[in-house]
Design a protein around this ligand. Structure first.
Ligand SMILES: [Zn+2]
Ligand SMILES: [Zn+2]
Length: 460
């Protein structure tokens, strides 16, 4: 199966019909372009087809089976990573040896990728090409432009993929945040200009397509978090995703305002803040102290930011709840704030963590019961989706990055916003954008690979 010069195809191998392990392919004129290469974290206790039960310790990491494109890697022009979230970047160290293509990405994402590749001894083998926002690159037969959008991590980009027979707008993960605090914002004219040029199809994020209204801006969280932290009497620990540098910036400002010292607890927070510093995205005024010093400070001067908002084993917050953290112990009257939402499937683990903390006498505040916004999603709600469709005016909407329900609602929204046609499918379906729009179902066998005992195995 090879696209000829009249074909413009979209073929998802992962991430269509699920949230996680994104792996998208575009095909034209004998070549393929891959966009994103992510992982997913299966629920502990789930039984794989090979009979392995995943529990005890860390669940094995899983990713889309790239067999289709690995078999044609001489036709793969390149891999683009839209941003540094695990569901977009996490599989590169595992799958790159099967692909062997150049990797194009923005600066912060490249920094995260280099840190990952170093752990796999691949750093000097993978060609990484750093691209600035707004820049265009010719990648094989595809001319790709990086477009500034906002999300919950620095340096997210949408892509305009141009070919001789039509253009595709690939949104990546996004929201419309007028005050993202860290990194670039977005400009409406970027997207209205695309409409003038003509967009054959828009492949777009469905995560929050069932949510009404507009996502909350990162800047809007400052007041609520500050009010909660200002009245706390003991230590305050905030748990959030380490990659949300804007959230860390908000917390560092609040630490200054409330007379506390901020320290980061957990490997991913230290790694992400290090990458932000290395790429000029860490505000110089945001001071951190070593977590080892937090234990010696008066309790009312401590603001810890900890990994583990999803109740994951062996993270900093779990260790604090168990009294096994090396730096200090939580006491009655200390406060833990969840500045994150529960990812579906993690509710039980989070509940168990919260009850462990409450047994210590710790005051627990979650995003649901805070009474003020203390967490903002990084994905577009319905008003943002409608706005983007009105700006870009694609001929076809292709919802991805969601479960079936999200993608169906998204397709209806797109049509409501004036898009003539929506195509909804799942991994392995071939979306033909040119010459005649349509879907061929399950033309490619898809699957999942897992990483166990230092090798890739087929899990189902
Ligand atoms: Zn993301
Ligand atoms: Zn994502």
């Amino acid at each position: 199966m090879t696209p000829d010069h009249n074909d413009l195809w979209f073929l998802p191998l992962g991430g269509a019909g699920e949230i996680g392990m994104n792996l998208n392919l575009y095909g034209h004129d004998g070549q393929w372009l891959m966009v994103d290469c992510g992982v997913t974290f299966p629920k502990p206790g789930r039984i794989a087809a090979d009979g392995t039960v995943h529990h005890r310790g860390e669940p094995p990491v899983q990713m889309a089976d790239p067999a289709f494109i690995a078999d044609r890697r001489d036709k793969l022009a390149g891999l683009i990573i839209t941003h540094a979230h695990e569901d977009h970047i996490g599989a590169v160290p595992y799958l790159w040896p099967l692909l062997q293509c150049p990797v194009y990405t923005s600066r912060f994402t490249a920094e995260i990728l280099r840190r990952k590749l170093a752990e796999f001894d691949l750093l000097h083998r993978v060609p990484i090409i750093e691209v600035d926002t707004g820049e265009r690159r010719q990648i094989g037969t595809f001319n790709v432009q990086w477009l500034a959008l906002t999300h919950s991590i620095p340096d997210p980009n949408a892509l305009m993929i141009r070919t001789r027979i039509g253009n595709i707008f690939h949104s990546g993960d996004w929201k419309l945040d007028d005050n993202p605090l860290v990194g670039h914002g977005y400009t409406t004219s970027t997207f209205t200009d695309l409409a003038e040029e003509g967009v054959a199809a828009m492949v777009c994020d469905s995560t929050n397509a069932t949510v009404q209204g507009h996502s909350v801006s990162e800047a809007a969280l400052h007041e609520g978090l500050r009010d909660l932290i200002a009245v706390a009497e003991g230590r305050v620990i905030v748990t959030c995703f380490g990659s949300n540098i804007a959230r860390l910036h908000t917390l560092a400002s609040i630490a200054r305002e409330t007379g506390r010292y901020m320290g980061l607890l957990g490997r991913s927070l230290v790694n992400m803040s290090g990458a932000a510093k290395a790429t000029g995205l860490w505000p110089g005024s945001d001071k951190l102290i070593s977590p080892a010093h937090l234990g010696y400070l008066p309790r009312h001067e401590v603001l810890g930011v900890a990994t583990g908002s999803q109740g994951e084993p062996r993270t900093a917050l779990r260790r604090l709840a168990q009294g096994s953290h090396p730096d200090f112990e939580l006491e009655a009257g200390d406060t833990v704030i969840f500045s994150a939402r529960a990812i579906p499937g993690n509710e039980e683990a989070i509940e168990a963590l919260i009850s462990q903390l409450r047994k210590l006498g710790v005051i627990v505040i979650t995003a649901e019961d805070a009474g003020v916004p203390i967490h903002a999603s990084g994905h577009p709600a319905q008003d943002e989706l409608k706005a983007m469709y009105r700006w870009v005016q694609p001929r076809i909407a292709i919802p991805v990055h969601g479960e079936a329900e999200h993608m169906d609602v998204h397709a209806d929204l797109a049509k409501g916003a004036g898009v003539p046609r929506a195509m909804v499918g799942r991994n392995g379906d071939l979306f033909m954008v040119r010459p005649v729009p349509g879907i061929r179902r399950q033309v490619v066998e898809t699957g999942r690979l897992g990483w166990q005992k230092q090798e890739l195995v087929r899990v189902y």
